[in-house]
Structures are given as C-alpha cells and as structure tokens.
Design a protein around this ligand. Sequence first.
Ligand SMILES: NC(=O)C1=CN([C@@H]2O[C@H](COP(=O)(O)OP(=O)(O)OC[C@H]3O[C@@H](n4cnc5c(N)ncnc54)[C@H](OP(=O)(O)O)[C@@H]3O)[C@@H](O)[C@H]2O)C=CC1
Ligand SMILES: C=C(O[C@H]1[C@H](O)[C@@H](CO)O[C@H](OP(=O)(O)OP(=O)(O)OC[C@H]2O[C@@H](n3ccc(=O)[nH]c3=O)[C@H](O)[C@@H]2O)[C@@H]1NC(C)=O)C(=O)O
Length: 302
Amino acid sequence: MNEKLKKHMGSWSQNHGIPIAFDVDLRKFTYFYIGGKAQVLFTPTNIEQMQQCIELCTKWQIKPKILGKGSNLLIATQQIPVVIATKNLCGYKIQDNIIIAHSGASLAIVVRKAVFDGLSLEKLVGIPGTVGGAVYGNAGTKINNELYAIGDFVEEVKTVSLCDAKMKRWQRSEMEFAYRSSGLCDELIVEVQMKIPRNERQFLIASWKELARKKSATQPYKNKSAGCIFRNPPQLSAWKLIHQAKLAELSVGDIMVSPQHANFIINKGNGCAQDVLQVIANIQQRIYEEFGIRLVLEIQIW
Ligand SMILES: NC(=O)C1=CN([C@@H]2O[C@H](COP(=O)(O)OP(=O)(O)OC[C@H]3O[C@@H](n4cnc5c(N)ncnc54)[C@H](OP(=O)(O)O)[C@@H]3O)[C@@H](O)[C@H]2O)C=CC1
Ligand SMILES: C=C(O[C@H]1[C@H](O)[C@@H](CO)O[C@H](OP(=O)(O)OP(=O)(O)OC[C@H]2O[C@@H](n3ccc(=O)[nH]c3=O)[C@H](O)[C@@H]2O)[C@@H]1NC(C)=O)C(=O)O
C-alpha cells in the first residue's frame, strides 16, 4: 500500500472516530509470537465501525485480514495491507440460557461466566481466542472420544460480508458446521447468539475445573504456539502419527515439535515463520510417505 492511501485512511478514520495504527508489528498479537507488519491496523469499537472499515476496504479493493486473539494463527507474510482487529468489540450478555456475544469477546471469559451462571458450556474450557474466531473455525474439544464444538450451541450469527460490506443474519439452519469449520467464507463475524442447556451449578463448576486441569496437564499451554497444527484425520490422531513417523523430536532453529504434545509446534524464543513452515512441510511429507495420509492444517496462515 502506498503512503498516499495510508494517509487517506488515517484522515478517514479520524473523521469516523475509528482507532487506527500504522506499520504495527503483529508478533505481540499472536500466541506464536511470530509475525510481519500490518501496514494499517483498525480496531473498531462497535459493529457500525466494523462495517465502515469493510466498506472502505471494498472501495479500495483490499481484502482485510481479521485478527482475533491470534491464537490459531501463523503470520508468514511480511507486509499485510489492512488488518481489522476485533478486540475492542468484546461485550457480551447472558439472559436466561441465551448468550449474546460480540466477536471480540474472550471465549474463556464467556465460558467461565456461563458455567458460574449454571449454563453447561464447561466442555469448552481451555480453548483460547475470541468468540468470533472460535465460531469461524468451529473450535472444539474431544472428551472421552466424543467431539464437542462451539457450533453445537450457536443459534444465530451476524456477519458483515468482506465482499460488499452488507450485514447478514445466519440462522442455525443456514450454517454448515463441521469438524473445525463453520462453512463461513469472506464474512466477518460481529455477533453470535448461543443457546446453552442448564445444569446444576456446583456440578458444572467441578467439571469445568477438572477439564481445565486435564487440559493443562496434557498440552503445552505455557509455550508459544498456535494450538494443534494439524486436524486429526478421521478416526486417527495427528500426534500419534507424528510419533509413529519418529518426528516427535523434529526441530528447525528455535521451532520444535512440543515434547509434551506432538501436534503442537512451539517457538522457543526467536523462531520465524519460515522455520515453522519447514517443520510443517517435513511432517506432512514424511507422514504421506509412511502412511499415505495427507495431514491438513488446523491453523490459519497469513
Ligand atoms: N481447541 C483448542 O484448544 C484451540 C482452539 N483454537 C481456536 O481457534 C480460535 C481462534 O480465535 P482467535 O485467536 O480469536 O482468532 P485468530 O486471531 O487466531 O484468527 C484465526 C482466523 O480466524 C478468522 N477470524 C478471527 N476472528 C474472526 C471473526 N470475528 N470473523 C471471521 N473470521 C474471524 C481469521 O480469518 P481470516 O484469515 O479470513 O482473516 C483468522 O485467520 C480460538 O477461538 C480457538 O477457539 C486455537 C487454539 C487452540
Ligand atoms: C488443541 C486443539 O484442539 C485439541 C483439543 O484441545 C483436544 C481436547 O482433548 O482434542 C484434540 O487434540 P488431540 O486429539 O490431540 O487430543 P488431546 O486431548 O490433546 O490428547 C489425547 C491424549 O493423548 C495424549 N498425548 C497427546 C499428545 C502427545 O504427544 N502425547 C500424548 O501422550 C494426551 O496426554 C492425552 O491424554 C484437539 N485437536 C484437534 C486437532 O482436533 C486445537 O484445536 O488447537
């Protein structure tokens, strides 16, 4: 993007009261602590401003990237023209057994509040990121071999189209939730409505605590990573395949397969995107050669 357009966006955002920053190092906005720069970073504070940012992008034919908490993201591009962050759009409310959350609300905070209000969302404990990011990727978990995902609870989603900036409401029946997918494409999620079954509060709190304990004992949550790198192939575990292919000790520079969980790749400090991509490519190639299985990425790469 040229300096003239940046300047134009600067004065436009000032006129609209929309927070903007230029040439922002995105590392600190990702769990991997790896990233290039956002030439323009908008952090709108309400839905109307989100829509205005997208209108501006469509006018200039720029497709913005959407940044939640950066928990499922590897940024491998040096310069990204426009990033829209959802972090300032983070309100939520709970009425009876309905949760209405803006996209930037922290999933962990919403889950905790729901559980303490007697709503059975405890299985989603330990999943990082925002509600919008979680719904976009239909984030979930596996407990006693059963899959649970946020899509199970979604009743309605409000989006702004990245193509024409139009608002749309998606009813549950229109969504196509599947394993780690919502079916949404080129849509910015701005608000989510979920319906959650009730259960006994003390029981929910105890399960929530126990599930959190188990998760933190089995996953490297203290390391810099983007969670599981690959989707589990049907009926299989990516981490087991990585062990079976003797790749559990693979490392390139500061990037390594986690000794605690082989489907996590961790950044020991100063790792770069190229090294992560190298580790990913090595794993995919070896698993294909050994088992004829193509591991599909679970994370998003910019
Ligand atoms: N099960 C687990 O343990 C883990 C689960 N995850 C899940 O991944 C999710 C990632 O969330 P978060 O960290 O906030 O997202 P990120 O900032 O990591 O963004 C990831 C992707 O989600 C898309 N995205 C984010 N917010 C929105 C939105 N409001 N509308 C549409 N698309 C959006 C972006 O799409 P685009 O590229 O098109 O701009 C981006 O590529 C977490 O909520 C978590 O649920 C992550 C790690 C571990
Ligand atoms: C981390 C993510 O989601 C995770 C989610 O947290 C967990 C919840 O149990 O279930 C899936 O992992 P998974 O299939 O590897 O299961 P986990 O629960 O992590 O591990 C299962 C068991 O294997 C053990 N395990 C795992 C990895 C390893 O290298 N060694 C090992 O012994 C664990 O200790 C645990 O006892 C999701 N991953 C995918 C790709 O579906 C993510 O989406 O980023």
